[in-house]
Design a protein around this ligand. Sequence first.
Ligand SMILES: Nc1ncnc2c1ncn2[C@@H]1O[C@H](COP(=O)(O)OP(=O)(O)OP(=O)(O)O)[C@@H](O)[C@H]1O
Ligand SMILES: Nc1nc2c(ncn2[C@@H]2O[C@H](COP(=O)(O)O)[C@@H](O)[C@H]2O)c(=O)[nH]1
Length: 175
Amino acid sequence: MLSGPSGVGKSTVVAHMRKAHPEVWLSVSATTRKPRPGEQDGVQYFFVDDEEFDKLIANGELLEWAEFAGNRYGTPRQAVLDRLEAGEPVLLEIDLQGARQVRETMPEAQLVFLAPPSWDELVRRLTGRGTESPEVIERRLAVAKVELAAESEFDVTLVNTSVEDVARELLALLR
Ligand SMILES: Nc1ncnc2c1ncn2[C@@H]1O[C@H](COP(=O)(O)OP(=O)(O)OP(=O)(O)O)[C@@H](O)[C@H]1O
Ligand SMILES: Nc1nc2c(ncn2[C@@H]2O[C@H](COP(=O)(O)O)[C@@H](O)[C@H]2O)c(=O)[nH]1
């Protein structure tokens, strides 16, 4: 399970790793967030409205879910269980609240925290991505402070200085 503050580079590292190792399975979450330019339904996320998300919760279809900076995100349960049953490694990219829930329900899961080289670099990356308004960036940075303070709850910390290095380290942890 990979967590870390918004903008630290989780998706970038995972995409880099999966480009070289497409066999690594990544759970596709459901979210009420609107797609960013270039994001496709069923690829980065299953984009759903509030009503659909309510149904996923009510039907017990989510392994975990959380509200993050104004939107809801959740991990579809069945796809994860299918992979685990087949003995395949499972990679979740989720926030701190979700990681805490999975730790409770699946204590054997390995929790990896992706940390930025510095606070200023995190701000630079989140701002430089150019996908969020200044208000949303402020909101995400406020959450980032809470997430950074929880680093000790994780089994391993990787510092995202080099995408290549972290992708290699993450792959080694999955294997
Ligand atoms: N090691 C790195 N050095 C410099 N820039 C990086 C590095 N890793 C990622 N980035 C850049 O930082 C920005 C944020 O990366 P990314 O979207 O992968 O973050 P994230 O952790 O998945 O964020 P979120 O939780 O908001 O989805 C992107 O513009 C990406 O290109
Ligand atoms: N608890 C969960 N958190 C999730 C899930 N999918 C993604 N996320 C986390 O949400 C934030 C914001 O993501 P963004 O794509 O809007 O930038 C980030 O920390 C993700 O890791 C999930 O299924 N459950």
